[in-house]
Design a protein around this ligand. Structure first.
Ligand code: ASP
Length: 465
């Protein structure tokens, strides 16, 4: 090991110990013949005392240089104790300093708000800021909490394919050309919707996945361009109320454990019908907080009783559906049983078993009870104007439903969106290690990028001039 301890753990109890620390230079302050280095890692900051001889040999060290320090832990005099650091009661008197890696002048100063593009290009430097370190730590803790909770509730975490077939869930697909099958393409999943339903047919009973989802959409406020992560869940033999209850319990417990300063406006979360929400709040994602200025208030609510279909609009065109009706959620959402006759007479009036989880005015998750009757599924496909060819794309699902399908349903809260709202962050990027910019580019890697003629040839692709 290149260290015996981290930069965040030494204290009074270690005084007199010989230690080795490794980390980044936060500052190097020369005071006459002696100097002080603040050495930083993910765990904290430790002050290093550098004696005259070492100071002379070392010269000035540029910040963000990576050092290894060997030395002895010493107590600081009472008047020099620094309460800001967990290690503020001690310093390490250096006996040996090794430069592990010199840092060039930084393209962005890690403590200054640099322009967004530069910050994204040098994201690995931006991630060194305490704020970003904290955000990723909280994201990790929230995901661990979710995993443990669902594990205790008997959910199985199952991964589903990334190279798959287009699922028309409303957005444009990202396509991947097949080398082995000329002229054919995979699609990256907009969500694992069909797979999770097939897992229910397979008898898995309760499934979840921290699932990457890919949607080629124009950048919109509070949508990560390109890709994002969902807590994707599906359960068999449940009614809508069961789904709401388990997700609600998970949210309440997660907030209590990971965000103890936050207060939830109302428990149980109010269940508001779509019509009532539109009437009272003029939106289907209302902000029900009592005090909207209180940064610690979390106003969760459920919106239910959505219309099954909405009229297609140009701004919000549902890719994959025809010109007239689009599903309000997606085409696997079940109509309310009492509204099934309306499918033949007045489909615009039919309500569905869709549920949206809303927090402080943001939709943070949507789901539904699914159709498990192949006849009703076929009827929905007709109503949203599927062509014969489009219907064939789904023949596997309709076929699967013929071999004993449990009634099932689920939901998929967006991980980054949910945490962004809970933490009161402005941007989804605060929660994503390597986010895309508004033009869906990855500035760190420089993606998307051109590829060689040989690669294109192998894929049977010729670029349009
Ligand atoms: N697949 C849906 C979505 O991505 C979620 C669900 O219905 O469970 O919005």
């Amino acid at each position: 090991m290149l260290r015996t301890n981290t930069c965040g753990e030494l204290g009074k109890k270690n005084v007199g110990e010989k230690v080795t620390l490794s980390g980044w230079v936060e500052t190097h302050r020369i005071q006459g013949r002696i100097s002080f280095i603040l050495l930083r890692d993910r765990y904290g900051i430790t002050q290093i005392f550098v004696n005259p001889k070492l100071t002379k040999n070392l010269g000035e060290v540029r910040r963000e240089t990576v050092l290894q320090i060997k030395g002895e832990v010493q107590a600081r005099p009472e008047n020099q104790i620094n309460k800001e650091f967990s290690t503020g009661e001690i310093e390490v008197a250096a006996e040996e300093i090794n430069i592990l890696n010199k840092a060039d002048p930084l393209p962005l100063e890690t403590d200054v708000e640099s322009t967004e593009q530069t910050r994204l290009k040098y994201r690995y430097l931006d991630l060194r800021t305490p704020d970003m370190q904290k955000n990723l730590l909280i994201r990790h803790k929230a995901i661990q909490f979710i995993r443990e909770y669902l594990n205790k509730e008997d959910f199985l975490e199952i991964t589903t394919p990334i190279l798959t077939k287009s699922t028309p869930e409303g957005a444009r697909d990202y396509l991947v050309p097949s080398r082995l099958h000329k002229g054919k393409f995979y699609a990256l999943p907009q969500s694992p919707q069909q797979y999770k339903q097939l897992l229910m047919v397979a008898g898995m009973d309760k499934y979840f996945q921290i699932a990457p989802c890919f949607r080629d959409e124009a950048a919109r406020a509070h949508r990560a361009p390109g890709e994002f992560y969902q807590l994707d869940m599906e359960m068999s033999f449940v009614e809508q109320e069961d789904i709401l209850n388990i997700v609600e319990d998970l949210m309440i417990k997660m907030v209590k454990e990971i965000f103890p300063d936050k207060k939830i406006t109302q428990i149980p979360f109010p269940r508001i019908s779509y019509d009532e929400a539109m009437k009272k709040y003029k939106t289907d994602s209302p902000d029900i907080r009592k005090d909207k200025k209180d940064a610690n208030e979390l106003g969760f609510c459920w919106i239910i009783d959505f219309p099954l279909f909405v009229k297609q609009t140009e701004e919000d065109f549902f890719h994959g559906a025809g010109k007239e009706w689009a599903p309000s959620h997606h085409m696997f959402t079940a109509p309310k049983p009492e509204d099934i006759p309306l499918l033949d007479t007045d489909p615009g009036k039919a309500k569905s078993l869709q549920h949206d989880l809303v927090l402080n005015g943001f939709e943070v998750g949507g789901g539904s009870i699914r159709i498990h009757d192949p006849k009703i599924q076929a009827k929905i496909f007709d109503l949203i104007g599927f062509t014969k060819k489009q219907k064939e794309y789904f023949s596997h699902l309709l076929e699967a439903f013929r071999y004993g399908t449990p009634p099932h349903g689920g939901i998929a809260p967006g991980i980054d969106r949910l945490l962004m709202v809970i933490m009161g962050k402005e941007s989804l990027r605060d929660l994503i290690a390597f986010p895309k910019n508004k033009e869906a580019q990855d500035l760190v890697m420089g993606a998307p990028s051109e590829v060689s003629k040989e690669q294109l040839d192998e894929l049977h692709i010729q670029l349009k001039k």
